[in-house]
Ligand binder design. Structure first.
Ligand code: 5AD
Ligand code: SF4
Length: 461
């Protein structure tokens, strides 16, 4: 039998790249590839890239420089070492990647991962292979499902892509160009994937999509189903105890989704709802198509449906034309909403997007200053949110052994890591934990059953 070939995938960027990396491993498993944690001893390295900001995109070339050296070493030892570039930089830059780094064997866009085996074969025959089309066939239907051992090895929490691409065209964003037009997977496929995951130990599923709440996949009744309806159906799958979804656009939140937060115990009360800015002028320039007040009202509707709900968000500082007043409006919105956490980024002009043509660039020093101010406000909100857990008892889904011997780590409903001393047979269970302290972003506690248990009584002599 042939030796297994070793595959190393390095992913950058969003959750969908994490999911896609797993699907690429699954696609190459039937070819005899097994995953390795090191690039050095791999036969094939895939860089799964991100194009969202310039820094992320440029990182690819420094990584490729290092891989080229590994390829040269391998060649000296008479060993074949292949390099593939996948993800959004592959989609956006295509042939340019091979021009800048000729050591690359394969360039493959996110819509063509099911063609990876053929592309590798083509590269061996012809020296290189490139595919960045948006093929008409259904990639998801053609990608092999993960093997039971792979599902178990990946743990109790899994991603499932339900929707891909985006039609929102926010003026700063490359996603509509790199991931293409919105498409939703049919409900039956998502149920089948989730059932398979649940059968092999997955307890929590996060439905992912660039605009996940724009989901409108075909239901078994032949009609489009909303995300809220899909969540109801998935909550019925035995073994699935937690559901999440990410990332949402405020404009596509509907009553069914909000109601799902009231009706479904499995739907976690933690919603990532990016707003990007608190200024109506900037929101309009960003083509977000809602105002800051629309967003505030939306948050109120979620809170009315589920009083324990918490939010996270994304923000961009220094969008072209952002004045001090605009930025103050962002700070005011953050103060008012009160986030459990949020990501904030300096605006980065992306080639081909409308915002990249805008003139009034904010000075880099001003951007730095605004980013720092916003991040420190968000950090203080996050710290307060975490501190509020001290002294309470919260449900934790246990995921794996932690760094310290005998310690396990799991996550609360709000994705806070929680550490307890316990034996690892509780991995995969949701158990109440009494939190007694905080260590940076982690909650430290003990199983509530232990905390509440009466002192052991000695019977007899
Ligand atoms: N510059 C800075 N941040 C950006 N994002 C998207 N495009 C850009 C850009 N050009 C941020 C947005 C988005 C998150 C995933 O990345 O906040 O929600
Ligand atoms: Fe990009 Fe999100 Fe806007 Fe779509 S909704 S264009 S993915 S920022």
């Amino acid at each position: 039998m042939d030796q297994p070939r070793k595959l190393h995938i390095k992913s950058f960027g969003c959750q969908m790249n994490v999911y896609d990396a797993q699907r690429m491993v699954d696609a190459l498993a039937p070819q005899g590839f097994v995953e390795t944690a090191n690039a050095d001893d791999a036969d094939l390295v895939i860089l799964n890239t991100c194009h969202i900001r310039e820094k992320a995109a440029e990182k690819v070339y420094s990584e490729l420089g290092k891989l080229k050296l590994l390829k040269q070493d391998a060649a000296q030892q008479g060993r074949r070492f292949e390099i593939a570039v996948a993800g959004c930089v592959a989609q956006a830059e295509g042939e340019e990647i091979i021009r800048r780094q000729p050591a690359v064997d394969v360039v493959v866009g996110p819509q063509s991962y099911h063609h990876l085996p053929e592309l590798l074969a083509q590269a061996r025959r012809e020296g290189r292979a490139l595919e960045t089309e948006f093929p008409v066939e259904d990639k998801f239907g053609l990608l092999p499902p993960p093997q039971p051992e792979a599902i178990r090895a990946r743990g109790v929490s899994a991603f499932v892509t339900v929707q891909e691409g985006c039609d929102k065209f926010c003026s700063f964003c490359v996603v509509p160009y790199t991931r293409g037009a919105e498409m939703s997977r049919p409900v039956a496929q998502i149920i089948a994937d989730t059932e398979r995951l649940a059968a092999h130990g997955v307890r929590e599923v996060t439905l992912i999509g660039q605009n996940v709440n724009g989901y409108h996949g075909e239901g078994p009744d032949g009609r489009p189903w909303s995300l809220g309806r899909l969540l109801h159906r998935l909550a019925e799958i035995p073994g699935i105890v937690r559901l999440r979804y990410s990332t949402s656009h405020p404009l596509d939140v509907d009553d069914e989704l909000i109601a799902a937060h009231r009706e479904l115990a499995a739907l976690m009360p933690f919603v990532h709802l990016p707003v990007q800015s608190g200024s109506d002028t900037i929101l309009a320039a960003m083509n977000r198509r809602h105002t800051a007040d629309d967003y505030r009202r939306l948050i109120d509707r979620f809170r009315a449906a589920s009083p324990t709900i918490a939010f996270s968000s994304d923000f961009i500082v220094g969008f072209p034309g952002e004045s001090e007043r605009d930025f103050a409006a962002t700070l005011a919105l953050v103060e008012q909403i009160g986030y459990a956490g949020a990501y904030s980024f300096k605006y980065s002009p992306r080639p081909g997007t409308p915002a990249a043509e805008m003139q009034e660039m904010v000075a880099p020093a001003v951007m730095d200053e605004r980013l720092e101010q916003l991040q420190s406000l968000i950090d203080s909100q996050q710290a307060a949110f975490n501190a509020a857990a001290i002294g309470t008892t919260v449900d934790v889904l246990f995921e794996r052994a932690a760094r310290h011997p005998g310690q396990l780590v799991g996550r609360t409903a709000y994705l806070q890591p929680a550490h307890v001393m316990a034996s690892d047979d509780i991995i995969g269970q949701v158990l109440p934990v009494t939190i007694h302290s905080l260590e940076r972003y982690s909650l430290i506690g003990e199983l509530a059953s232990h905390a509440a248990a009466p002192k052991p009584v000695t019977i007899g002599a």
